[in-house]
Design a protein around this ligand. Structure first.
Ligand code: GTP
Ligand code: MG
Length: 205
């Protein structure tokens, strides 16, 4: 007995935020450092297993370049789910994401499940787990330690690359009724979660 339900899902967002990379991570568990821009759209499928059922995602990965904007309605029409992606290191990409959300809320299926994903989180996190408790019990020499005092100037933490505060995006998502994630297609952080949390919100037919 095949209990798998087909779910049409569309990815939208500004060019180069990592839509195709998010899909590649979810479908193949791979990452490409120099992924070429999508032309038109790409179609991929992947199963998603929940405790009580299996969904089969039919994924439309759209092109973010402005010249392809007019094609988008073909891909979000009848979609049951959408992932709108922005880049946490680029503030303008969140503004673009908001315009996609508005367009979806006006033009797409009224029951569409929308997730907002702030991608490239690996660029704004410390690469090693530098202890945040700098006043711990070890009275070591502090000078000449290049990894000391992250957060003092942000140089080591990568926080200087962040242009979209998590709080700000999360508050917007809540207000707009969206699921919210910060993700990295590069490390895989948060990627499967997007698709499983969406799956849980798709009604059983
Ligand atoms: P369009 O198809 O033009 O709309 O772009 P896209 O949104 O599909 O972006 P794509 O997946 O092609 O990624 C653009 C660039 O960002 C590529 O060089 C990716 O390797 C890189 N990239 C994507 N996701 C991440 C990430 O999570 N972290 C880092 N560091 N780089 C990423
Ligand atoms: Mg792409």
């Amino acid at each position: 007995q095949d209990r798998s339900v087909q779910v049409k899902l569309v990815l939208l967002g500004e060019a180069a935020v990592g839509k195709s990379s998010v899909v590649l991570r979810f479908v193949s568990n791979e990452f490409q450092a120099n992924k070429e821009p999508t032309i038109g759209a790409a179609f991929l499928t992947q199963k998603c297993r929940l405790e009580d059922r299996v969904l089969r995602y039919e994924i439309w990965d759209t092109a973010g370049q402005e010249r392809f904007h007019s094609l988008a309605p073909m891909y979000y029409r009848n979609a049951q789910a959408a992932v709108v992606v922005y880049d946490v290191t680029k503030a303008s990409s969140l503004e673009k994401a908001k315009t996609w959300v508005k367009e979806l809320q006006r033009q797409a299926n009224p029951n569409i499940v929308i997730a907002l994903a702030g991608n490239k989180i690996d660029l704004v996190q410390p690469s090693s787990s530098a202890s945040s408790s700098s006043d711990s019990a070890e009275p070591e020499e502090e000078a000449d330690d290049a990894t000391a005092t992250p957060g003092e100037n942000g140089v080591d933490s990568g926080e200087n690359l962040r242009q979209v505060p998590r709080d700000e995006a999360e508050a917007y998502a809540q207000e707009a009724g969206l699921l919210f994630f910060e993700t990295s297609a590069k490390t895989g952080e948060g990627i499967v979660e997007i698709f499983t949390e969406i799956a849980k919100k798709i009604p059983i037919e």
